[in-house]
Design a protein. Structure first.
Length: 332
């Protein structure tokens, strides 16, 4: 799983550091310091898979000593005179295990060029291909560089806002590389607090040796607790989302039941039907169909046709008179 780790520190002589020693250690090489006469042999570091020196473009081209690691850092040691001089800046970054070594190299070259070399820094970086923990060490110079050597110190490169910019840029560059390689994993440069995660940040484990095994185990236990807390927070967030959806569904169902139980609105009244016309909704009008009834209706005369119920209804016509219903004294 891809993780975000980005640390930046200044290598200072007041801490007992030596620029040549720092470069030899991170590159896994044997180098001698001309200022002190010391020889630093770190060839035992077999995890160094790639190393490179990168510098800005100059009008006359980069001087040869810039691309020679021993000459470069001996010049840094020579130009810094004070006992507490700041010698270099180191940036250590974890690389995503989802990418191959070739993809790591291309990713680091792109990031170093865009964020450090473009400002005028010289960058000396080495990839350490540790199993499960690939990372890169980047050593950066602190002075302007020209064809004749180093210039003045660049105090603006010590701005803390610049480090925050580098952290965000690394997350963006790394996520772009993961997307190009077809991986769904992503990293985030923000802290747990900024992301709304109530958990402490993990600590760097480092290498476990016989001298720090107890402290290493304590750090590992702490990181395991933090990772468990983060996983639990994610599960709780998912539970809350499901609960909110259930509440919404319950509310919707209750509203639907309430609408169903509400009495329906009264239907519009149906116009009354004349009593002489029978409809299924009215009672059959009483009628005498006996001979006496027919004689009585004959004596009363023909019934005038009623007015139609609607303008479109044609007026009724009498097709047979009452006299035609009788022949003599008998009905037809």
């Amino acid at each position: 799983m891809a993780i975000f780790h980005f640390s930046a520190q200044v290598i200072s002589r007041s801490d007992g550091c030596n620029a040549v020693d720092a470069a030899a250690y991170r590159a896994g090489l044997r180098m001698a310091c001309e200022r002190t006469g010391q020889v630093f042999n770190h060839t035992y570091k077999k995890e160094v898979a790639y190393r490179a020196l990168v510098g800005p473009s100059l009008p006359g081209g980069l001087p040869p000593w810039v691309l020679d690691r021993a000459q470069l850092w001996n010049r840094v040691e020579a130009i810094e005179k004070r006992c507490n001089s700041q010698l270099a800046r180191e940036v250590e970054i974890s690389l995503p295990i989802e990418l191959t070594q070739e993809q790591h190299i291309a990713l680091v070259h792109r990031f170093v060029q865009e964020q450090f070399v473009s400002l005028g820094m010289l960058a000396d970086f080495a990839l350490h291909a540790k199993p499960g923990n690939p990372h890169v060490h980047i050593l950066l110079t602190l002075r302007d560089v020209g064809p004749e050597g180093f210039g003045g110190k660049r105090r603006d490169w010590n701005n803390p806002a610049l480090v925050q910019q580098w952290r965000e840029a690394w997350a963006d560059t790394c996520n772009a590389a993961l997307a190009e390689a077809g991986h769904a994993e992503r990293i985030d440069h923000r802290s747990n607090e900024a992301r709304g995660i109530d958990a402490a940040p993990t600590v760097h484990l480092g290498r476990r040796t016989a001298f720090n095994s107890e402290a290493w185990d304590a750090r590992a236990d702490f990181n395991a607790w933090v990772q468990t807390s983060v996983a639990l927070a994610k599960v709780r967030a998912q539970v809350q989302r499901v609960q909110s959806q259930i509440i919404d569904l319950t509310t919707t169902l209750a509203q639907a039941l309430a609408d169903r139980e509400r009495p329906a609105s009264k239907a519009a009244p149906v116009p009354s039907t004349p009593s002489r016309i029978w409809t299924p909704g009215s009672a059959m009008p009483a009628r005498d169909f006996s001979v006496a009834g027919l004689l009585a209706r004959r004596a009363a005369g023909p019934v005038a046709p009623s007015s139609p119920l609607h303008r479109s209804t044609p007026s009724s016509q009498v097709l047979h008179s009452l006299d035609e219903l009788f022949q003599g004294e008998k009905p037809c």
